[in-house]
Design a protein around this ligand. Structure first.
Ligand code: ZN
Length: 424
């Protein structure tokens, strides 16, 4: 099976499961991902303090429906799990239309689609339906039932670490808290699982950590419980919205010019010149937490469509027809290229970072200049000495200095020979 079809078929399996920020839907999804990679499943007890937040009670749902006065089911959770306001508390009563309307959610701008709505932090119950169905409701008595349980349990997340030659890490993270939504959640999950399996068979310089976590509370929980690990993270990407036909959007890390930013931007400019680059802003997906000021990790976000900026976002139209194997495969191949750049990036460390070393006494500073080639060579020496700080590859230096790679390599050799530079 080619990568696109395989990615799509995993999404197809995960699509019907009702996921949330906690509960059995997440566990079932992680079990399926576990068929691809030996994922470690963590359970964090409800009530655990994680920075300014608390791990919530666990939510599970078994059935939900609305019946009209004739006893016909007009809304059935078992047909589409988006019909239930995610995290609804249980309800079992008969109510009139006016009262029912207080618990109905629609998207009037897209009257045929069912919106996806949640109520994690306010105890409430509700149903989501198409606006067309909503406007056609008769004034009668309805039977509403939500068979759910909200009680102390745990928050579940998956983690997989591939050990490389060094402990320095590359982080790939995706959210696993959305129910039947394909691009927003399942595309990232599927691509992360496939990528992890692929990397697990390779000899790697860096270690690779994959997180399958509920959005927001999951990344806050992981960061809170793993503060000793964050200093090793050298590169990171949040993966989501990777299966639709849109051009690529890359949201830069808060640092704005970290290595992962430079690598992704360089590759996208080369392979997909219509890509768009977005400066960091404190909203969106889990990059908000990884890039919060205390951590400020080099974590960007790779997507095709941009967060919240496409009509299908958080609606029933983000379904199996909204994504396609071709686009999933392109995104996956791009990630392989990003890994290749990370792994192959040649980096050197200046052994004389306190001001410029004296080049003249080492015969590296030509007394008689003027020729442009000589000038370029000397500029290459200075660029390499300045940027060989552990954060810049030779490619980065070539790009930033606008000097060709042959002159950069020649200057690098001269600096190594002079004992001023060492390979990392
Ligand atoms: Zn979302």
């Amino acid at each position: 099976m080619n990568s696109g079809d395989e990615l799509y078929s995993l999404i197809n399996r995960l699509y019907p499961i009702c996921r949330s920020i906690t509960g059995d839907g997440v566990r079932e999804s992680l079990q399926i991902i576990g068929e691809y990679i030996p994922i470690q499943v963590h359970e964090v007890k409800s009530g655990t303090k994680v920075f300014d937040w608390t791990v919530p009670e666990e939510w599970n749902i078994y059935d939900a429906f609305i019946k009209n006065s004739r006893g016909d089911k007009i809304i059935d959770f078992k047909e589409l799990n988006l019909h239930v306001l995610n995290y609804s508390i249980p309800v079992d009563e008969k109510i009139g239309l006016e009262k029912l309307k207080e618990h109905l959610f629609t998207d009037p701008q897209h009257p045929e689609w069912v919106p996806y709505r949640t109520s994690y932090h306010n105890k409430n119950w509700g149903f989501c339906m198409s606006h067309n169905q909503f406007t056609g409701l008769n004034d009668e008595v309805y039977e509403v039932k939500i068979d759910s349980v909200l009680k102390p349990g745990s928050l579940t997340y998956g983690e997989y670490l591939i050990k490389g030659k060094t402990d320095l890490e590359v982080l790939f993270t995706c959210h696993i808290c959305h129910p039947s939504l394909c691009d927003d959640n399942l595309s990232g999950i599927s691509i992360a699982a496939r990528l992890a399996r692929e990397l697990s068979n390779m000899k790697l310089k860096y270690s690779y950590r994959f997180l399958f976590i509920p959005g927001t509370i999951g990344s806050i929980t992981w960061l809170s419980l793993n503060q000793d690990k964050v200093n090793n993270i050298r590169y990171g990407l949040v993966l989501t919205l990777l299966g639709d036909e849109s051009k690529f959007h890359y949201k830069k890390s808060r640092r704005g010019n970290s290595e992962i930013d430079r690598i992704v931007i360089r590759l996208l400019k080369d392979k997909y010149p219509d890509s768009e680059f977005i400066e960091f802003y404190p909203y969106g997906y889990d990059e908000r937490q990884f890039c919060s000021p205390a951590f400020n990790l080099p974590v960007g976000r790779l997507s095709r469509s941009n967060h919240g900026e496409f009509p299908e976002y958080h609606t029933s139209a983000d379904n199996l027809a909204f994504i396609a194997p071709k686009y999933l495969s392109e995104s996956y191949e791009l990630l392989l290229a990003i890994v290749d750049e990370i792994e192959s990036g040649e980096k050197y460390l200046s052994l004389n970072p306190e001001c410029e070393p004296q080049l003249g006494k080492r015969g590296l500073f030509k007394k008689i200049g003027g020729q442009s080639e000589t000038k370029d060579f000397q500029m290459a020496l200075l660029w390499i000495l300045n940027l060989s700080d552990g954060e810049h590859s030779l490619k980065d230096i070539s790009e930033q200095s606008c000097l060709g790679s042959s002159i950069i390599y020649a200057a690098k050799d001269a600096l190594v020979d002079a004992g001023l530079l060492i390979k990392m």
